[in-house]
Every structure is written in C-alpha cells, then in structure tokens.
Design a protein around this ligand. Structure first.
Ligand SMILES: NC(=O)c1ccc[n+]([C@@H]2O[C@H](COP(=O)([O-])OP(=O)(O)OC[C@H]3O[C@@H](n4cnc5c(N)ncnc54)[C@H](OP(=O)(O)O)[C@@H]3O)[C@@H](O)[C@H]2O)c1
Length: 404
C-alpha cells in the first residue's frame, strides 16, 4: 500500500488520478497537485462521484524546487508521478532526490525557449538516483512508454535480434472542430513543427517537417496518411536494442490539420520567441494556445479510435521474422470510464501502470531507467487488465500494411 503524489491536473493527470483511485489496493493515498488548485478540486470531486474514492489536492508551482520539496515532505509519498509539462521534469527530479522519493514521468525534458527534447539532462542524473537508491522511470506514457515495452516484449518472446522498428501512431478521432490539438497545444505544435529525424545504419538522418509520407492501413481504422517525425523513444531504443539497423516514427495528420498549421506557421503564430505588441511582450504560440480549445474539453465530443503500435522485423533462429503489436482505444469508451479522450487515456493508464509496478516492487531499479530496460511481461499483463488490451499479428516478413 503506497502513498502517491501526482503533479499536473491536465488531461493526463485526470486519467492518472482516476486509474490510481481504481487501484486502491496499491495506491492507499492519492494527492493531486498542480499550478491551478481549482482544476485539482474539479478532478477530486469527479473521482469521488465516479469512483467513490476521496483524494487530496494541493497547489504547487513545479518550476520551484523549494516549493516542491515542502509539498513532498508534507505529503510523504512513496513516489511522484510527474504529468505536468516537460519543462518541469528537472525540477521535480531534483525535488525527488532531495526528499528521497521515487520519480516517474511521461515525456522527456524540454527547455521552454528551445523546441528540442532529449534525454541528456535527465540521464545525467542517473548517478544521483543510483547513489540514493532511487528509481526515475522515464517516459511511462504510450509513446514513449508502451511502444518501448512492445519492443522489449517483441525482443524477449519473438526475436534473437531486431533490425527494423517502425512506430505507428494513428489518431482517427473526430472532435468536430476545424483545428484543435489532442494534448497540450504548445507541446504538440512544437513537436510537429520540428524537423523529422530517423536512425539508420548507425547515424541520425534529418528531414524537413512532414517531408516523408506513407499511407498505412491501420487495423480497425483503415488507410491513413502517416508522416515521419522524430519522437523521443527513438533515442533510448537506439541505445538499448542491440543490433538495430533502422528506427522510424510515423504519425497520422489530416490534410485540414496540416493546412491550418501551415497558415499559423506562415504568419508567425507558431513562434516561441517573445514579440512586442502594444508595449507588451507576448509569445505568439502562447496566444494560439489560449485561443484553441482546451484538450481536456475535447473528451465529450471526440468520436472514433486511436491505433498505436510497433512493427518489428529481425531474425529468430537464423530466420527472418516480422510482427505488428498494437492497441486500439475508443475515444467514447475512454470518456465513459474516466471523462477523458484517448490521447489522455493512452498516456495516463501506462503512467499508472508504471507507478503500480514500482510500488509493488515488480519494477524497481535504481537510476534513470527507460521502459525497454525492464521486464516487459508484468507491464503487458497490466495493459490487458487496465483498459489498453493489445494484439499481435505475425506477418510474412515481406508483407506490409503500407498502401502502395
Ligand atoms: N508519452 C506519451 O504518450 C504522452 C502523450 C501525451 C502527453 N504526454 C505528456 O503528458 C504531460 C501532460 O500532458 P497533458 O495533455 O495532460 O497537458 P495539459 O492538459 O496541458 O496539463 C498539464 C498540467 O500541468 C500543469 N502545470 C504546468 N506547469 C506547471 C507548473 N509550473 N507547476 C505545476 N503544474 C503545472 C498545468 O497546470 P495549469 O492547468 O495551471 O496550466 C496542467 O494542469 C506532458 O508532459 C505531455 O508531454 C505524453
């Protein structure tokens, strides 16, 4: 039985809080803290009504290590689940180190002033976490997160060596708006506007944003335009999956989404440097964020499914082999269960599962740990139990779901 502190009361934080409340035999006491207390209180009341579980709420500025330390000492949790923004990863990790508490997050550190994400600064804390016998589980969402576990599971049960990985992320949900993002608009637009990148034959290859496109036939959804992006799990998978020759990440976008984004780009509204307007400094992307629908409000109106998975190709006993592991999540079903659409659901459920396995001692290793470094089996079992069942298709090594 463990006390847990969740930081961040956005779309993902809501799901994590609901799912922890549903797993009361592990999470004996839950505190939800965020910058805006009223958001925590709204989620608290919803959980009391839907799950009949009472959680505590707190206000915190997670950019401030001293405030975090005070909060952690007051709550006295076994671990912190960080589902605030990537900007807060380092301060929350530091506060965990100062208070002797385990840490988990779902996205790697990003500095507010540069749209670049990498594990460097979090991995640099590996020695500090090891010295204090503490674990920092990095990237326990869906992608990164479940996608890393899918690769580890494929390697453990299907391959001697994996040579090619394609990660395929499709959101076929329709929220009825001309343009909206499914998670934090600022983080989403920064990610999509970055250069594409993939790893092949020992080196990173860079592309222009959205330069490479293919059409993939997603099970239960159908063919969708899928664009090559750089995604953070590639960095750790390249390091941890030995023998890898290529890894790519693909995400679906509709033509309407891309056209809106292009217009915003063309007129400078996706810029992240401050400009002066009538004597005030404003960051254009913050204005866009303020005008767009709050992703949390998309839940009740989003219909359709997501399908996120990995295709791994490699060898077993000297023979070529290829498998496709994926999960399908239904937006309306997720909303019925925890008042959130699939993008929050597919992130929040794995965050809770990672925390559950840490609290149960099934996943406990000191240091900064990426998901594929741990035994995938208990995580895969929990996915089936906690609302994210997966499917495996063993493919002919020459077959593909790519639509020619
Ligand atoms: N791995 C994956 O598959 C995956 C997928 C999607 C998202 N994510 C990650 O999940 C995290 C949460 O995403 P989301 O969609 O839930 O975002 P969100 O709806 O914008 O929620 C973020 C929450 O963090 C709070 N917050 C921001 N700055 C804070 C600060 N300085 N101190 C305390 N609280 C602060 C916000 O407070 P206010 O409400 O006051 O602004 C908000 O409640 C992000 O890191 C995102 O990158 C991961």
């Amino acid at each position: 039985m463990s006390r847990v502190l969740i930081i961040g009361a956005g779309g993902v934080g809501r799901v994590v809080a609901h799912k922890c409340a549903q797993n009361g035999e592990v999470f004996s006491h839950i505190t939800l803290a965020s910058r805006t207390l009223s958001k925590c209180e709204e989620i608290r009341d919803e959980i009391e009504k839907m799950q009949n579980v009472r959680i505590d709420t707190e206000q915190v500025d997670a950019d401030n290590v001293e405030e975090l330390v005070r909060l952690i000492k007051k709550v006295d949790p076994y671990m912190v689940i960080n589902v605030a923004l990537p900007y807060q990863d380092l301060t929350i990790m530091d506060a965990c180190l100062l208070t002797g508490v385990h840490y988990l997050d779902t996205a790697n550190y990003e500095h507010p002033d540069s749209a670049k994400f990498e594990y460097k600064e979090q991995w640099a804390k590996d020695g500090d976490f090891k010295a204090k016998n503490l674990m920092a589980l990095l990237g326990s969402g869906f992608d990164p997160g479940v996608t890393n576990v899918f690769c580890a599971y494929a390697l453990k049960h299907y391959f001697d060596e994996i040579h090619y990985i394609d990660i395929l992320d499709c959101n076929a949900g329709d929220h009825g708006y001309a343009f909206a993002t499914n998670f934090n608009p600022e983080i989403n637009i920064r990610e999509v506007n970055s250069k594409g990148r993939y790893w092949e034959n020992g080196e990173w290859k860079e592309t222009e944003p959205m330069e490479i496109k293919m059409v993939w036939d997603y099970p239960q959804i159908g063919p969708k335009d899928s664009y090559l992006l750089y995604h953070e799990e590639e960095e750790s998978l390249v390091k941890n999956i030995k023998g890898l020759k290529r890894i790519r990440f693909w995400m679906t976008f509709s033509q309407s989404y891309l056209t809106h984004l292009k217009v915003l780009d063309n007129i400078g509204l996706t810029r992240i440097d401050p400009i002066e307007v009538d004597g005030c400094k404003v960051v254009p992307l913050h204005v866009v964020k303020a005008l767009l629908p709050d992703p949390a409000s998309l839940g009740p109106r989003t219909k359709g499914k997501t399908n996120i998975g990995v295709v791994c190709e490699g060898v077993k006993n000297g023979e070529r082999k290829k498998i496709y592991i994926y999960n399908i999540c239904d937006h309306q079903e997720a909303y019925k269960e925890v008042c959130a659409q699939c993008v929050s659901y597919t992130t929040g459920v794995p965050a809770m599962i990672g925390a559950k396995l840490m609290c149960e001692g099934k996943w406990m290793e000191p240091g900064t740990i990426n998901m594929e470094q741990l035994d995938p089996d208990p995580f895969m079992e929990e996915l089936n139990r906690q609302g994210l069942p997966w499917h495996i298709i063993e493919m002919d090594p020459d077959a593909t779901f790519e639509v020619k």
